[in-house]
Design a protein around this ligand. Structure first.
Ligand code: PEP
Ligand code: MN
Length: 337
């Protein structure tokens, strides 16, 4: 439920309500708006005497939350969440582009790609050190050595880094290097992992599961927020459908639907949706036009030699071209890039 406090409510009245609810076993999530404070209270409603709660000093009204995702939904929080990664803000007016290779393969090729994407205007560097591969015989990533390369690339470029964590045992290590922790599509419902990144508190890029509904995806976000971490960036990366012409089907409609249901920012990964670099340009423009807050794009210095996802990776020259072409699209929908 949502306890809406009066405009005139004092700090003490707000904390008295919070204390009363937490004594009854509720988890409370106060949200301070410009005009008033609301308290999201998650727990067993039967424990509360609604009459006496509604008469507590400072309480204006009590509203039930109808959706199963309580904290990720718009019912509790109407203002959009802006995830701040240093001075980079995801969910504001600016479209944030994250780019880099699928995996970190070696320092030279990673650095070359990183410098190119920075020059083209990317704000965040991507690169996997722990790779969730379909085949156990495919390249699995450089693990901690890859994270070290990432942090040297951050130093060299000044860009923030996003990288995937696939196992609860690696969360602390990955978090000690990364600016944003990526939860991959295959782990969207790895609930232990979600709780773990929820406790760490660093921003999380939560990819949509291969066959996950939007509600399941928001419930995955709820796991993270329920642990106290509201810094979530949702990422639509294509879903499984009957269509085989592309690797996945980019669900463009997920963007406006998420915007209606949730306050969380949403970015689009056109690379894993397309599976082929040639389609990445169109899908990126479509995503920005539909209201995405950013893009995460695979770029490789030499895709023909890439150890993972080469066919869908843009060469730096194509990425640079795309960044230029995105500008008028962003402006047409009232955004900056
Ligand atoms: C990736 O970003 O390289 C990746 C593995 O993505 P997804 O989890 O969306 O398949
Ligand atoms: Mn990839």
């Amino acid at each position: 439920m949502i306890v809406v406090m009066k405009k005139s409510a004092t700090k003490e009245e707000i904390s008295n309500v919070e204390k009363m609810l937490s004594d009854l076993g509720f988890k409370t999530h106060p949200i301070t708006g410009e005009v008033k404070t609301v308290i999201g209270a998650i727990g067993d409603k039967r424990q509360v005497n609604m009459q006496s709660l509604s008469h507590m000093p400072g309480v204006e009204t009590i509203v039930p939350i109808m959706k199963p995702y309580k904290l990720a939904g718009r019912e509790l929080k109407q203002d959009p969440t802006i995830v701040e990664v240093g001075d980079v803000k995801i969910g504001g007016r600016e479209i944030i582009v994250m780019a880099g290779p699928c995996a970190i393969e070696n320092e030279d090729i990673y650095m070359s790609t990183a410098l190119e994407v920075k020059k083209a205007g990317a704000k965040i560097l991507r690169g996997g050190a722990y790779k969730p591969r379909t085949s156990p015989y495919s390249f699995q990533g450089l693990e901690e050595e890859g994270l070290k390369i990432l942090s040297r690339a951050r130093e060299a470029t000044g860009l923030k880094i996003v990288t995937e964590v696939v196992d609860t045992r690696d969360v602390e290590t990955v978090a000690s290097y990364a600016d944003i922790l990526q939860i991959g599509a295959r782990n969207m419902q790895n609930f232990r992992l979600l709780k773990e990144v929820g406790m760490i508190g660093k921003p999380v890029l939560l990819k949509r599961g291969l066959s996950a509904t939007i509600e399941e995806w928001l419930m995955a976000a709820e796991y993270i927020i329920a642990e106290g971490n509201p810094n979530i960036i949702l990422c639509e990366r294509g879903i499984r459908t009957f269509e085989t012409a592309t690797r996945n089907t980019l669900d463009i409609s997920a963007i406006p639907v998420i915007k209606e249901l949730s306050h969380l920012p949403v970015v689009v990964d056109p690379s894993h949706a397309a599976g082929t670099w040639k389609y990445v340009n169109s899908l990126s423009k479509g995503a920005v036009a539909a209201g995405a807050d950013g893009l995460i794009i695979e770029v490789h210095f030499d895709p023909s030699t890439a150890l993972s996802d080469g066919p869908q990776s843009l060469k730096p020259v194509h990425f640079t071209q795309l960044m230029k072409e995105l500008e008028p699209v962003a402006h047409a929908v009232g955004r900056e890039i």
